[in-house]
Design a protein around this ligand. Structure first.
Ligand SMILES: Cc1ncc(COP(=O)(O)O)c(C=O)c1O
Length: 427
């Protein structure tokens, strides 16, 4: 098939008829396929089955702590060491708490807003409007979190090497109501890009040049070790760069084992300076006496010293799925010049851009065949993709067989929607 833009109207009409026939056939198959949320598949969860037996009745941590009892809000030293490895930062800067980094992000954002992160007078809520920079496409739950706290979001384009730093620097220097930026520095959700060394350096320096004196970089390193190839792809250490730039008090990092062990029963981590850690610990002591240290101990015993071996097993399960996505998109759309997509070397997502104005329609067509896609627009604040062209593909949970069918349907829906647009048909 040639480039759709070069086809005659007659040829397009014939093609539309063929594609519509295939589409009706797909609908009659009454499938139920799901490419929505980035969840680990059952075979990935099974990789951590041995964690169940690892304690074998020994609940005592290396320092003698009885993990079954209250206390230890910062987390067990051996669990914090795991967080330090994930976040490439000294262990004394790490807190391990709960099973979700997203919960920690909420706690930190709310603390910055209402109580301040530094034990001084600074708190975001003193400003009449509080805004954050949101590189797009990005992680939908960052946006929901901000929306729920009444924080406005300003979109900044993502590039292949991280957020557009010229725009970030310009905006942050201009407006002291801009208080933070959301970053997913490695295998970003959903584009899969890794921030370049230069970009990490600029982000480390950003709090020093921002107009707000309480500017914070939220460093959500959810996919720090989720490579498909080893040795792991490097990411510059923002902790080291921030120490050099004197901005360590204004960088907060997050990670978890949600996609290492169990998404519903893992460990959440945050890391920041001693000053901010003290403030957060005090704040958290209002609603927590201590974390689940039993879970921390079993994670540390299961993963410490063998993290890369464990992640290589995930990679062996995930790589074929991402290769299948790439292959199907290349075979089905490669020569048509109607879509472009990312080919990440790790993480959980592929980001696909259609022609403007088609993403919602493609989502709807897919839905009619029984294929559920992440709602078009989800990777943008308030679900609004200004160009209505981005689709997030989450290939991890489906089996390889289901994924293959789902991707063929997606390719069909993209072609059909594009041909109809080219013909000026509304649906
Ligand atoms: C970028 C990003 N951050 C955080 C999370 C959620 O992490 P957790 O399970 O630790 O709350 C996800 C889950 O998809 C994610 O993609």
């Amino acid at each position: 098939m040639t480039n759709i833009a070069d086809m005659s109207r007659d040829a397009l009409v014939v093609l539309e008829r063929e594609l519509s026939r295939d589409f009706e056939l797909q609908k009659s198959n009454k499938l139920a396929l799901d490419l929505t949320r980035g969840k680990p598949a059952p075979d990935q969860l099974a990789l951590s089955a041995a964690m169940d037996d690892v304690l074998a009745g020994d609940f005592f941590a290396a320092d003698g702590t009885d993990t079954r009892n209250y206390g230890g809000l910062r987390g067990l030293p051996e669990a914090r060491a795991l967080g330090a490895e994930l976040l490439d930062t000294p262990v004394e800067n790490v807190m391990c708490h709960g099973n979700s980094s997203l919960t920690l992000m909420y706690i930190v954002t709310e603390t910055a807003l209402r109580y301040g992160l530094w034990g001084d007078e600074r708190r975001w809520a003193k400003a009449s409007t509080v805004k954050v920079l949101t590189p797009v496409p990005g992680y939908d739950r960052h946006f929901t979190l901000c929306q729920s706290l009444g924080i406005e979001m300003i979109n900044v384009p993502m590039t292949d090497s991280g957020p557009d730093m010229e725009e970030v620097n310009r905006l942050a220097a201009l407006d002291d109501s801009i208080k933070a930026i959301w970053c997913v520095p490695k295998y970003a959700n959903p584009t899969g890009c890794i921030y370049s060394d230069e970009c990490v350096g600029e982000l480390a320096r950003l709090p020093a040049t921002a107009a707000a004196d309480d500017f914070v970089v939220f460093w959500d390193n959810a996919y720090a070790v989720h490579d498909f190839q080893f040795p792991r792809a490097p990411l510059a250490s923002i902790a080291n760069l921030a120490a050099e730039a004197g901005t360590a008090d204004q960088i907060v990092m997050f990670a978890s084992t949600s996609k290492i062990t169990y998404a519903g029963a893992g460990l959440g981590f945050l890391a920041t300076s001693a000053t901010v850690l003290d403030v957060l610990e005090k704040r958290m002591s209002v609603f927590a006496i201590g974390p689940d240290k039993v879970n921390q101990l079993r994670h540390a015993r299961f993963l410490n010293g063998r993290l890369e071996v464990h992640m290589a097993r995930h990679a062996a399960l995930l790589k074929p799925k991402f290769e299948m996505v790439e292959q199907t998109l290349r075979d089905g759309l490669g020569e048509l010049d109607i879509a472009c997509w990312t080919t990440p070397a790790g993480g959980y997502f592929v980001s696909l851009d259609t022609r403007p104005g088609l993403a919602k329609h493609i989502e709807q067509l897919a839905g009619e065949t029984g294929l559920t896609l992440t709602p078009a627009g989800a990777p943008f604040p308030c679900g609004k993709d200004p160009e209505d062209r981005n689709l997030r593909i989450a290939p991890t949970y489906a089996s390889l067989e289901d994924l293959s069918v789902a991707m063929s349907i997606l390719v069909l829906c993209i072609k059909l929607s594009t041909v109809r647009q080219q013909l000026g048909l509304s649906s």
